[in-house]
Design a protein around this ligand. Structure first.
Ligand code: NAD
Length: 463
């Protein structure tokens, strides 16, 4: 079954609990605009025609927002599905953007860095020609197969064509910090996943239902996909006391019930091109890793990884969806019937878009977060401490006092905004799930649809 059809099934499952005009629900669910481009690029092999897409799924709020995927097997159905997930995700975490997604259909390994740069820049030009990219139109970001480097190329190309637009850097997020990016964006999706899991694990009533104690400390985690999302999530989870017992990559998985050192595994992944050379673990087949005895399974690779075929053998108590669409609707039903809790993608992996929103704001403000207020906050804390000391009749040197002053830098501000967003959204979903007696995914779709419906009902639809 197609990926987009899967998302539609989840959407329709949620609408059973809602009583809205069918036409309006159709408007929310059907993509607003689909841009398909084919363009020539010169490579060592000669001229090649490359295909790409950008789907603006919902333009009810502008700009639309979503990543750019670079993969050989990508197709239009996949991009529409991913774009629609972005619409719902943005609504769930109150990011004031419509949903979008893009893709370039190439096998990255077939191209040199120079050729890849040419492809990315030409793709950006194709979007500019269609007026399909811009700070107030549509703002891409990294996704599977793309990284801050590609975002810098997009920003530079957009800027070259809009050299008088002072906001040009806000045309794309996930840029390197030196090129208008924001500290914490690269790690944001992984950090958000860690916050989501911690929040879920903090509620005793829910953990009793799945047979887990509260708290992250000592919880066993299996991670599938060791790219941006999987690596950063594993790193934050380990730092917060979880034990990463297995990491599965495309060419094999490593397993050690006593835990894997995430940094060491990444070092080996980077230097050797595979995690299977990690010394202190057994190498097992990738598919087997998903079925290991564990507390948490974190799929962070691609869609359709937990299917009707392997769902009956998944032994995790919680599935924390790092990837978009990793669980098919049939598998979702099997897991739920087996009492496995699913923390759904459109909430769990929203950390990236939340911090992308902060980056977009930073680009429009043209100032690093905290730069204007940092000193003032330090001085006001210092004054307050002085006043308290005076009241209790004590004194302290300026240097001693400084030890008690908290001054947040950009990364801390970003992570505190992210934590606040993820924690609030979790409780919104949980309340909705209790109100309707549904699972968290259905609750997430209900929450998203209700917010978008309210938008349309208040604004109306242009005649
Ligand atoms: P990435 O390209 O950085 O990493 C993906 C990793 O998964 C690669 O190392 C790849 O080798 C591995 N992989 C692919 N197929 C696999 C398989 N069958 N088994 C095991 N490993 C496999 O991509 P990413 O940015 O980490 O994205 C991963 C997923 O998370 C995607 O579904 C993406 O849409 C989603 N996502 C990404 C972000 C983000 O900020 N990058 C945000 C939200 C959601």
């Amino acid at each position: 079954m197609g990926f987009y059809k899967n998302v539609k099934l989840y959407f329709e499952r949620a609408t059973r609990y809602l009583d809205y005009d069918k036409g309006l629900l159709n408007q929310i669910q059907i993509p607003d605009a689909i841009f398909k481009v084919n363009f020539p690029v010169k490579t060592r092999r000669g001229i090649e025609v490359i295909s790409g897409w950008r789907v603006h799924h919902s333009q009810h709020l502008l700009p639309t927002k979503g990543g750019i995927r670079i993969a050989p097997e990508v197709d239009e159905d996949e991009v529409i599905a991913l774009a629609s997930l972005m619409t719902y995700k943005n609504a769930v975490v109150d990011v004031p953007f419509g949903g979008a997604k893009g893709a370039i259909k190439i096998d990255r390994r077939m191209y040199t860095d120079e050729e890849l740069e040419r492809i990315i820049r030409r793709f950006t030009v194709e979007l500019i020609k269609k007026n399909a990219i811009g700070p107030a139109i549509d703002v891409p970001a990294p996704d599977y197969g793309s990284s801050p480097r590609e975002m810098a190329w997009i920003a530079d190309t957009y800027k070259s064509y809009h050299h008088t637009d002072i906001d040009a850097l806000a045309s794309v997020t996930g840029k390197p910090v030196e090129n208008g990016g924001i500290r914490g964006r690269k790690e944001a999706t992984g950090k958000g996943l860690c916050i989501a899991l911690k929040e879920a694990l903090s509620i005793k009533e829910d953990m009793d239902k799945v047979g887990l104690s509260t708290g992250l400390s000592g919880k066993r985690v299996v991670v599938q996909g060791f790219g941006n999302v999987g690596y950063h999530a594993a790193k934050f989870l380990q730092e917060n006391g979880a034990v990463i017992i297995a990491i599965a990559e495309i060419d094999g998985a490593i397993y050690n019930p006593n835990g894997i050192d995430v940094e060491k595994a990444k070092e080996i992944h980077r230097s050797e091109g595979t995690i299977t050379r990690y010394p202190d673990a057994n190498v097992i087949p990738t598919a087997e890793a998903l079925e290991l005895e564990t507390d948490v399974l974190l799929p962070a690779a691609k869609e359709n990884q937990i299917t009707v075929e392997n769902a009956p053998r998944i032994k995790a108590k919680i599935v924390l969806e790092g990837a978009n669409g990793p669980t098919t609707p049939e598998a979702d039903e099997i897991l739920r019937k087996r009492g496995i809790m699913i923390i759904p993608d459109i909430y769990a992996n929203a950390g990236g878009v939340v911090v992308s929103y902060f980056e977009w704001l930073k680009n429009l403000y043209h100032i690093r977060l905290g730069r204007l207020t940092k000193r003032v906050e330090e001085i006001s804390q210092m004054r307050m401490l002085h006043a308290i000391l005076q009241l209790i009749g004590k004194t302290m040197s300026e240097n001693e006092l400084k030890k008690y002053i908290f001054s947040a830098d950009e990364r801390e501000i970003v992570f505190s905004g992210l934590e606040d967003t993820m924690v609030n959204a979790y409780h919104q979903l949980r309340d909705t799930s209790m109100k309707h007696g549904v699972d968290l995914r259905t609750a997430a779709f209900i929450t998203a649809i209700e917010k978008i419906v309210r938008y349309y009902l208040n604004m109306g639809i242009f005649p």
